[in-house]
Ligand binder design. Sequence first.
Ligand code: NDP
Length: 248
Amino acid sequence: MTKRVALVTGGNGGIGTEICKYLATSGHTVVSTCVDAERENVRDWQQQLAEQGVQVDWVECDVADFDSCAAMAETVLARHGQVDVVVNAAGITRDGFLHKMARHNWESVIATNLNGAFNVTRQFIEGMRERAYGRVINISSVNGQSGQFGQTNYSATKAGLHGFSMALAKEGARKGITANTVSPGYVDTAMTAAMPDEVRNQIVSQIPAGRMARPDEIARVVDFLAAEASAYINGANIPVNGAQFTSF
Ligand code: NDP
């Protein structure tokens, strides 16, 4: 059988890179999006992965822009024929208390984290329905489940992503398409490295595991959901948070 094709948005980010590695190792053809290939040194990133035996293609795309996603899809489909797995991992934070939040910080987080999932998934969902096979995996966050100070924008998008997964799960269930959410706790990536030390230390002190997650600990769950054998897991949210937030 030909390889399944997986598209990972933000695949060159901290968590995304590990997702790409896992999906390639489990036999997928993997394509990552990047916003700006030159600025992000994507060729170097691709070369480093190749030296580890991992082949990943990439296409420029701003997930916040529907037309950019349509152009990306055209390129990916021309090169690889189809997309069977979409991982919506691109995400940003623009933190601030609501009473101080600038409108553009609200809008940019919604546009990237939530609209991005629509803009990308919409390009491939019809093909998945036609072939009666698809996996959509949305990277949410513990802060979408619990809420977090200074993150009304981010928490709203991450909670919204799971609503998107649950609704799409129902729409796709008879078409061989699953849609699930992975909700990481705090993960050791550039996103958390950007926090002031005292904030990061305070957060870690409240995680029962006593540490942040490694990106590969998130990636293995994504790979599990992407597998053909995970066909009956649909509309689920899998927390990966070191017991930071537990719910029934
Ligand atoms: P990174 O900042 O390392 O990676 C984010 C990726 O998203 C980057 O490749 C970034 O590209 C890309 N991206 C940002 N904006 C856009 C856009 N408009 N179009 C396309 N790509 C874009 O973060 P992480 O790896 O830590 O985060 C990955 C996902 O996991 C995010 O959705 C995040 O919200 C979520 N998450 C992270 C947690 C953490 O503690 N790190 C915890 C819970 C969830 P560029 O490099 O150009 O900015």
